[in-house]
Design a protein around this ligand. Structure first.
Ligand code: SAM
Length: 279
């Protein structure tokens, strides 16, 4: 396994997705409820996009289940679901969740870039906020294409949007942490209160632009986050039919909450770029 992927796995093992948003006993029922509440508050559109009940009785693969919010909803709505994640630590917690809530689904540690499944088996491949964390994003998309049923198998994939307000803000942080820009940045200081709190705690000066982006998006120490324009995303999905790419805004602060209400801006410059496509 490449060095960077080992780092990605180690990071998610020690920081399962949104686990830090819960203050209940780690792995308890209350813990999972708090994680879900956090995700439902700040990414409420995921539920409408995933349309869990539509996949009842269908074969669903989720790539990168994390703490299993979406996975447990696919299973709870009757899908024959399989979930994978690179992080054994996250998967252990998701297995625990299924047990606590009496749900049944198949889970295994696997790499999105080398899916351990036969060709053409899934009706839906769902992957939310995962494929921008793996070095070979294009390879992972070819893999999910291979595993989808021909003639109508569907992919729903969320990637971070490069042409977004949030990304522009992160880039600004980089620029304004250097040289005389740093001095000017003091003028903009009040604006920092408007964005997610994690981004306030880093030592920007010591990071390169990509490092800063990775840290701002998923926490200090996160080794890899990438961003894509709509055009780049469409190119990676060029083997698919009916490719739709639409952006949704983060609801983590009042500023982004406001943008979410301005639908036209949100659809273009939202942080979450959702690609829906068919094989
Ligand atoms: C930001 S979390 C998203 C988790 C979940 N989809 C959610 O929305 O809560 C990213 C997840 O992707 C997983 N991941 C990263 N690279 C992966 C890879 N190459 N194959 C499978 N999973 C991967 C991580 O282990 C982590 O659990």
């Amino acid at each position: 396994m490449e060095e960077i992927k080992k780092k990605v796995r180690a990071w998610w093992d020690s920081h399962p997705c949104c686990g830090n948003q819960a203050d209940s006993e780690w792995g308890s029922k209350e813990f999972f409820k708090q994680v879900d509440l956090y995700k439902d508050t700040y990414e409420p559109f995921t539920n409408t996009i995933a349309r869990y009940p539509d996949w009842s009785g269908k074969r669903v693969l989720e790539i990168g289940v994390g703490l299993g919010k979406d996975f447990s909803r696919f299973v709870g709505n009757g899908a024959r679901a399989t979930g994978i994640d690179l992080s054994a630590g996250s998967l252990e917690l998701t297995k625990r969740r299924l047990g606590l809530f009496n749900l049944k689904g198949s889970l295994c540690v696997a790499d999105a870039e080398h899916l351990p499944f036969k060709n053409g088996v899934f009706d839906l491949v769902f992957s939310w906020g995962v494929l921008h964390h793996t070095p070979g994003t294009k390879k992972a998309i070819s893999e999910l294409y291979r595993c989808l049923k021909p003639d109508g198998g569907k992919a729903i994939v969320m990637l971070y949007n490069k042409r977004s307000f949030l990304c522009a803000y992160y880039r600004r942080q980089y620029l304004f942490s250097r040289g005389w820009f740093k001095k000017i940045s003091k003028v903009f200081f009040p604006l920092r209160r408007l964005v997610p709190s994690e981004s306030k705690d880093f030592c920007y000066e010591k990071m390169d632009s990509e490092g800063l982006l990775s840290a701002c998006t998923d926490g200090a120490g996160n080794p890899l986050s990438k961003v894509y324009t709509r055009k780049e995303a469409r190119k990676m999905f060029s083997d698919f039919r009916c490719v739709k790419a639409e952006a949704f805004e983060h609801g983590k602060s009042r500023f982004f909450g406001l943008l979410r209400r301005m639908k036209i801006l949100e659809r273009h410059f939202g942080w979450f770029l959702v690609i829906e496509a068919e094989k």
